[in-house]
Design a protein around this ligand. Structure first.
Ligand SMILES: Nc1ncnc2c1ncn2[C@@H]1O[C@H](COP(=O)(O)OP(=O)(O)O)[C@@H](O)[C@H]1O
Ligand SMILES: [Mg+2]
Length: 254
């Protein structure tokens, strides 16, 4: 099967600092791929270069076989690579469901067919979107609070709503930057279980940046380890656990 996302020798420089150097990997549909590494290793920069928020200074990025490096963030998003940010950007006065629908309108409003054929296609898309939004909120155990304003929800619930909003558009590839940060241990486990289901049942390719090593070890198929902008390891949790260089990178920064 063709890889969903391919990075070939990707580098990013910030005024002399090499934040990423020669990163190469292939991510697949239905796979949970964790990105780990010490602070400043280049994890967020990796997501930024994939999603077009920072330019690559070298190398190539392909999504579904098409080059995407050099495209603007909204064009990359429109191709189906969606991401969450460390600080969400939900609308506090709107309900959970309404917030999820704001994510959908990006797609509905920009639909050429929706504009030309008016209403029918658009209404159809909207109905489907609403059904999907409700289903995803239920999946996250958020069905009961779907109609409550965001500002009344716990931090963990808000984070889940943010992820649902991103998922409502049915993206082929989802980039999650620290999806469980600030969640209680049971919520974390629930979140990882949901992430696994989205990959397994919906076939979404998921990349996530994560610090909680237990979760990464139990919840991902592949782990990429960054250290000072270099990819020092890529492999199954078992392979990465036994990698001497990885242990040194972590112990060295402990
Ligand atoms: N926009 C930027 N401008 C200049 N330097 C940056 C920028 N973004 C990140 N950096 C630097 O690049 C390195 C990697 O940062 P980052 O990708 O945020 O690391 P991580 O997410 O792994 O903690 C750090 O040294 C950071 O200071
Ligand atoms: Mg970061």
């Amino acid at each position: 099967m063709e890889p969903l996302l391919e990075l070939q020798d990707v580098s990013v420089q910030f005024a002399g600092l090499e934040a990423l150097a020669g990163v190469t990997f292939e991510a697949r549909a239905g796979e949970v791929r964790a990105v780990i590494g010490p602070n400043g290793a280049g994890k967020t920069t990796l997501f930024n270069v994939i999603s077009g928020y920072v330019p690559a200074s070298g190398g190539a990025i392909h999504f579904k076989g098409e080059p995407i490096h050099g495209l603007a963030p909204h064009d990359i998003s429109a191709k189906g690579i969606r991401r969450t940010f460390q600080n969400g950007g939900l609308f506090p006065e709107l309900t959970a469901l309404e917030n999820v629908l704001t994510g959908l309108h990006v797609r509905i409003d920009s639909s050429f067919l929706g504009i030309v054929f008016g209403s029918r296609a658009a209404r159809e898309a909207e109905r489907e979107g609403l059904a999907r939004a409700r289903r995803l909120l239920d999946l996250m155990d958020l069905g009961a609070i779907a109609d409550q304003p965001i500002k009344d929800l716990s931090g963990g619930q808000q984070r889940m709503v943010e992820i649902v909003r991103t998922l409502a558009t049915d993206p082929p590839l989802l980039l999650l930057d620290e999806p469980v940060v600030g969640l209680s241990p049971p919520m974390r486990d629930r979140m990882m279980e949901i992430i696994r289901r989205l990959a397994g049942e919906e076939g979404i390719g998921i990349m996530l940046i994560e610090h909680v090593i237990d979760l990464v070890m139990s919840g991902s198929d592949v782990i990429v380890v960054l250290s000072s902008g270099q990819m020092i390891a890529e492999g199954s949790p078992e392979e990465v656990r036994q990698n001497r260089e990885v242990l040194e990178a972590y112990l060295g920064h402990a």
